[in-house]
Design a binder for this molecule. Structure first.
Ligand code: NAD
Length: 374
């Protein structure tokens, strides 16, 4: 998995990171992530130059737009982008085109981020948090979702025709061979560094676009003989995900199917507060790293935010964009250790679960525990 973007790479010693705290709990969790980043930089003797940027609601307040030109330019020239989360009730009334979340689409497009990688991992210490039966999760869950991010139905031709009861709304799903090739390649390379198994999810029994998807994935599979390829129809994939998640390694799929299935996968791990994500484009372009959760306005400013998803996003950034895979592993091991030692933020405590009050930590407390393990 480490070699996903490593072609033609020589290790640098100084990295420029565009840091976008965003809104709600964004600034709190980004502060935590920055201190972890600084610690591993010191441990591994490299330098990080942080470029603070505004996006989302914070940018609307300052510049009147969710993604100012200066932010996009800074991100485009950085080695990687680290983002907290954007959005909140303060900006719910603004016109759709101006909403904070538009910044995310603008960044994906502006950085050419065509692949969204989401590890869905169930930590042994948190296995009780999974809503699945213990016999199903006893062997753990460690799935990497590879979702196509800038094509398919979310970006296809759409519109309305007719009127009254003949009014028809339509959206178009289409994928070119080139679009499928690049995402499939990324999935197979990732699988080569993992358990060497790829599940490609489509709806080839019904959709022509899925038949092109399947044919193309099979062609790419031929270049990766060490990896086993399995095809699942999306309805079956949704069922298998709750029936046999432990048998899944890498799952590659379209934008819409990936949107739905990766959220289902997040739920079976029990907490969105610990799940990171990476959005990647061409190997020489910056990737973007962010937690999968939103800006949690309900707990912003209370210190209750769990910083682990953002801290683990730093690990992904170190692995995929900075090629500091040992530092990435250190962070992942540290998080594992903190959870095994029983430290819990409030979101990780189940209803009716008894937790030693001395083991309950806030955002800063959790960050200190991770730092202590590094
Ligand atoms: P959310 O993920 O922000 O929150 C859902 C629930 O999970 C809330 O109860 C929240 O308190 C809790 N939660 C989320 N992250 C947590 C963390 N790190 N620690 C502890 N608890 C956490 O989703 P939402 O409430 O639907 O959305 C809130 C805002 O975030 C909206 O404006 C939405 O548009 C935006 N949003 C942004 C992103 C992004 O920036 N990538 C993603 C999703 C939603």
């Amino acid at each position: 998995m480490e070699h996903l973007q490593q072609e033609n790479f020589s290790k640098k010693r100084t990295y420029e990171i565009a840091v976008i705290p965003g809104d709600g709990i964004g600034p709190e969790i980004i502060d935590s992530a920055r201190s972890i980043m600084r610690q591993v930089a010191a441990n591994y003797n490299f330098d990080v130059i942080e470029k603070q940027c505004l996006a989302g609601g914070a940018a609307i307040d300052e510049f009147g737009v969710p993604l100012p030109e200066v932010t996009l330019k800074t991100c485009q020239s950085a080695d990687a982008v680290l983002l907290g989360a954007v959005g909140g009730p303060k900006w719910d009334h603004v016109p759709t085109e101006q909403r904070p979340e538009k910044a995310l689409l603008g960044l994906r497009k502006g950085l050419g981020l065509y692949a969204n990688l989401r590890p869905a991992k169930l930590y042994p210490a948190l296995s009780a948090a999974s809503p699945l039966h213990p016999t199903i999760v006893k062997d753990g869950i460690d799935i990497l979702f590879v979702r196509e991010l800038i094509g398919g139905i979310y970006f296809g031709e759409r519109g309305r025709s007719g009127s009254g009861s003949t009014l028809r709304g339509y959206d178009t799903e289409s994928y070119s061979v080139a679009e499928v090739e690049r995402i499939a390649r990324m999935a197979f390379i990732a699988a080569e560094g993992r358990k060497k198994h790829v599940i490609s999810v489509d709806k080839a029994n019904v959709l022509e676009s899925s038949r092109v998807w399947r044919e193309t994935v099979e062609k790419i599979a031929a270049n990766h003989p060490a990896v086993t390829l399995e095809h699942l129809y999306v309805d079956n994939a949704a069922m298998q995900l709750v029936k046999r998640p432990s048998t899944m390694d890498v799952v590659v799929t379209t934008n819409m199917f990936g949107d739905i299935l990766s959220d289902e996968a997040a739920m079976i791990t029990g907490s969105i507060g610990i799940l990171p994500s990476a959005s990647l484009g061409e190997p020489d372009k910056p990737g973007m790293y962010e937690p999968i959760h939103g800006s949690a306005p309900d707990i912003a400013g209370t210190g209750q935010a769990n910083p682990l998803a953002t801290i683990l996003s730093v690990a992904l950034m170190l692995r995929y964009s900075l090629h500091q895979s040992e530092a990435a592993k250190d962070i992942e091991k540290a998080v594992d250790q903190v959870l095994s030692e029983g430290w819990r933020s409030r979101d990780l405590i189940l209803p009716n679960q008894t937790v030693d009050p001395d083991k309950i930590v806030d955002c800063d407390g959790m960050t200190e525990k991770v730092l202590a393990c590094l």
